[in-house]
Design a protein around this ligand. Sequence first.
Ligand SMILES: *[C@@H]1O[C@H](CO)[C@@H](O)[C@H](O)[C@H]1NC(C)=O
Ligand SMILES: *[C@@H]1O[C@H](CO)[C@@H](O)[C@H](O)[C@H]1NC(C)=O
Length: 332
Amino acid sequence: MRPAGRLVSGAALWLLLAARAVAAIEPISMAISIGAASIITGYFSYCRFAECCPKQRPLNATALQLALEEKLFGQHLAAEVILKALTSFRNNDRPKKPLTLSLHGWAGTGKNFVSQIVAEHLHAKGLKSNFVHLFVSTLHFPHEQQITLYQDQLRKWIRGNVSACASSVFIFDEMDKLHPGVIDAIKPFLDYYEQLEGVSYGKAVFIFLSNAGGDLITQTALEFWRAGRKREDIQLKDLEPVLSVGVFNNKHSGLWRSGLIDRNLIDYFIPFLPLEYSHVKMCVRAELRARGAAVDEDVVTRVAEEMTFFPKDEKIYSDRGCKTVQSRLDIL
Ligand SMILES: *[C@@H]1O[C@H](CO)[C@@H](O)[C@H](O)[C@H]1NC(C)=O
Ligand SMILES: *[C@@H]1O[C@H](CO)[C@@H](O)[C@H](O)[C@H]1NC(C)=O
């Protein structure tokens, strides 16, 4: 038994003995003492059974890098930026503001997947953790008439959850379907304040996922391809400025004219490139391995060839990225 456990049993036993001594005289005190004993025992053993907010669980950068290399395909920019952003954020004991990442790209390029990997490396239980919160626009904030309600709710939830656990993670999926203005409700939390009403938000992580900007990213990728340049030569500086401006001017991005952008509160705009035939094959192989099946190259080719590719003439990029790989494998 670990020392903490011994201490707990010691305390519990002591209270129980005391309770017994009192019990001879007064049954009600005994009940109270036993209650107190179980509260103390309960408190100390709580973190063994339930999840506790990690004080400062160090980020295992090696493990994160490995996960990104093994599971994310065709996204050299996203992998590099995510690793860099998280390591430097976590190595800083007193970040001046929460980490805010905005992930952009078409469906199936790996945005959800990456946010899942990030969540798992910040909180062991990943998306199931009590400290990781996923908001889906069409599910949590569907009605345009209720924007004010959503804004109040969001502020309350974020304040409540960060008060309970400073390293809380908030993921906003389908940003492109979020009504304009909703997200600006949380702007103060993302800003450079040491504290707001006694709560400090510097250790929290906010991740926005969006299809907005997918067209701009594809355009740049195509330009590189047509110029005969390697995809891996695309650099963040080729895309990040285009993305932040494009998203700011796009009424359907969830960040239209958003104060988060003009106040520079988003730390990284992370582009997810459209996936090519070879990447789809990698997804199929990974999915087969994950299912414990042998990697049969015939199956891999068959699934990849069932996907549709664009633009019409060149047919370079998969329409839906790797999104339908699982269901296509199920059919086979
Ligand atoms: C970090 O992750 C690597 C790779 O998964 C693992 O081998 C190593 O033991 C981990 N380090 C710590 C301190 O947990
Ligand atoms: C934490 O966020 C969730 C939504 O993910 C919300 O239901 C809950 O009430 C929040 N907790 C607090 C203490 O505000």
